[in-house]
Design a protein around this ligand. Structure first.
Ligand code: HEM
Length: 214
């Protein structure tokens, strides 16, 4: 009884978190599209265009803040969701589907944050990215190719910003939103399954007692 109460609470929390994740992902995508109207994916130009969005474009600061907040909160929620799903684990197909989609969702939002590192073209982002490229290059077999795909061949330049912008805004954001929808659907399904089972369990003693009487 105590265990099923714990499971019910865990599943409810998982549903609330996945609704929040989807809402925040859509907010990030929407504000990202608004940023893209003025954003220039070039070395140097990226920094100036974001400064212009913040200081000159009407409500530009608001969309930038909304994008940053939604994008960062979604990472925190996705990590909490992994813990919640682990605590309420039940090795069934519906739980497994929610668990796997949750893990890939977390990876894709971490990827979104990582690819955004160079998009603002700040000193911090630039040097952090250069250091991390060194780590990427050290990956056996695929390291050098991966580095070339990200940078576009030579050093960190406009081509790098363009590549990471494409990965961030088209590829990973589409993957993250698709996974957020799949994750919510699977979490809702496992909650429905749990209620159906609980209803069946409650009906059982009545059926058994009526069988005994007849
Ligand atoms: C699920 C969707 C998305 C998520 C979760 C997301 C997440 C993020 C995060 C975490 C940052 C770093 C913000 C910071 O800490 O300053 C960022 C920056 C950025 N994103 Fe996205 N993003 C998404 C979609 C998009 C789309 C669709 C576009 C453009 C079409 C876009 C364009 C940008 C730009 C230009 C920046 C740099 C802005 C800045 O540094 O203030 N994003 N994004």
């Amino acid at each position: 009884m105590l265990n099923s109460r714990f499971d019910t609470i865990m599943r409810r929390i998982a549903t609330v978190i996945s609704v929040s994740i989807l809402t925040l992902s859509l907010t990030a995508a929407f504000s990202g599209v608004l940023l893209s109207f003025y954003y220039q994916p070039t070395a140097g130009g990226a920094y100036h265009s974001l400064e212009m969005i913040t200081n000159e474009v009407e409500y530009g600061w608001l969309f930038r803040k909304a994008h940053s907040l939604a994008g960062n909160i979604v990472i925190v929620l996705a990590l909490i969701q992994i813990v919640v799903m682990f605590l309420g684990r039940q090795f069934r197909k519906s739980w497994l589907a929610a668990w796997i989609s949750g893990i890939f969702l977390t990876l894709s939002v971490i990827g979104l944050d990582w690819t955004a590192m160079i998009l603002s073209w700040t000193q911090d982002g630039y040097w952090r990215f250069n250091i991390e490229l060194g780590t990427i290059q050290a990956i056996p077999f695929i390291g050098t190719q991966l580095r070339e795909i990200l940078t576009g061949g030579a050093g960190v330049s406009t081509v790098t910003v363009e590549h990471l912008y494409t990965i961030h805004s088209y590829l990973l954001s589409t993957v993250a939103i698709t996974l957020a929808v799949v994750h919510l659907a699977t979490v809702l399904y496992q909650e429905k399954e749990m209620y159906q089972e609980a209803a069946k369990f409650e009906q059982q003693p009545e059926t058994e007692s009526s069988e005994v009487l007849s």
